[in-house]
Design a protein around this ligand. Sequence first.
Ligand SMILES: CC(=O)N[C@H]1[C@@H](OP(=O)(O)OP(=O)(O)OC[C@H]2O[C@@H](n3ccc(=O)[nH]c3=O)[C@H](O)[C@@H]2O)O[C@H](CO)[C@@H](O)[C@@H]1O
Length: 458
Amino acid sequence: MDTMDTRKEEAQMLLSRYGQEHLLRYYDELDDASRRKLISGIIQLDLQAVEQAWQRWKDSPAQSLAGMELAPLQASSWDEYTEEERERYASAGWSLLEQGKVGAIVVAGGQGSRLGYEGPKGAYDIGLPSGKSLFQLQAERLIHLSEKAGKPIAWYIMTSPENHEQTVRFFEQHHYFGYPREHCTFFVQGAMPAIDEHGKILMSAKDEICLAPSGNGDCFAALKRTGALLDMKRRGLEWLFYYNVDNALVRVADPLFIGAAASHPFPVAAKSVDKLYPEEPVGIFCYRNGLPSVVEYTVIPEEVMYAKDDQGRLLYRQGHISIQLFRLDFIEKAADLNLPYELARKKIRHIDASGALINPSEPNAYKMECFVFDFYPAAGDMTVWKVRREEEFAPVKNREGDDSPDSARLLLLEHHRKWLIAAGVTTERLGDRQVEISPLVSYAGEGLTQDVLRSLGI
Ligand SMILES: CC(=O)N[C@H]1[C@@H](OP(=O)(O)OP(=O)(O)OC[C@H]2O[C@@H](n3ccc(=O)[nH]c3=O)[C@H](O)[C@@H]2O)O[C@H](CO)[C@@H](O)[C@@H]1O
């Protein structure tokens, strides 16, 4: 028996243990190169994890809440602190930045399918007068802080197998937006197979398994696998600022947040906003069996979604905006935790048993993802600060309407208008002009002197 046959037999045995033999359905039709490709794709699958996720889902789709005691998580607001306290936190944050102890990680491996954009989401131009992409806005905010701090901020960019090359090329084409290249680390997350309604793994071609990025919860394990975690340790980082690629207003590496988190004993801190309405598509912060958690918006049961407190406000109103700080010792532990995979119903292109391509217009199968917030319980407890939505949260998720490029652009421009008014510019002088202020000029509205305003043509 030649080696190819042996490898096929190995794959067959493995597959039959998990009821996935159909993946070899086309094997005999394939040429040698395709056979090799298919077998190596099969060998790399974590079939046990697929099986576990499927069983869990089948037994109880809203599994995460079964048998759990739920309680709301209260968030503090910056407004509850005195000016003095806020200054103390901000200066603690600056001190950590000046010592180079804070890095930033952007999770940018997602597919952006709701936006209907094929490229990496961070490359998206939301139509600002400057034409800056989301990545550029983030890079310039970090550059601004690191110049003030006099220390570089190590920036880690998580991509997925399907958008890695495009992402790196985008950065190269734009000369890293002026970011010092040696402080920019790209690392690739993992992928998991898509499955159908019966838990069977789908194929995207006769020699190819249908894979999708395995969720942002892979970030810490991927940091470890790729050596990026070692890089963090070498640099002496103590905290990592985590954020979604799609928030046009994110205050990357916010010194106030860093200082506040570092002044508390917990290894995880997060920002939240008050939910606008019960069905708003954001996860909700809560305690589950006494541990800090997030219930994702896709699985919030109605009785939780609409529950009110005695003042008539939403009981579970702290919306998760995916802005976190993680202490490095926590990340090291988290990198070895196996988070459960959740199933998400999506439109997935694949081939059927006859080899015909299925290109669905409605969700037809499941992707498997693990979520970063599933690490929160492991922290024991965490601090959450409520921030002003109009200052820090402008997500770009949908093609149009709420949470779209248009809504994010308007929020950002409105925010900058407020900065100008706070700097003394009258509304008469501004008129209906839309002025965009470069993050290189101002990080959060500071520094808008008369000279700067003149240079902006105001
Ligand atoms: C799972 C998760 O985080 N959900 C949060 C996410 O929802 P949302 O529905 O946006 O979650 P997505 O999983 O689509 O994406 C969140 C972020 O994770 C990245 N990503 C996603 C999948 C993947 O395999 N790899 C990867 O890097 C995406 O590029 C994006 O930056 O943001 C909302 C705020 O805007 C929060 O209220 C949700 O609780």
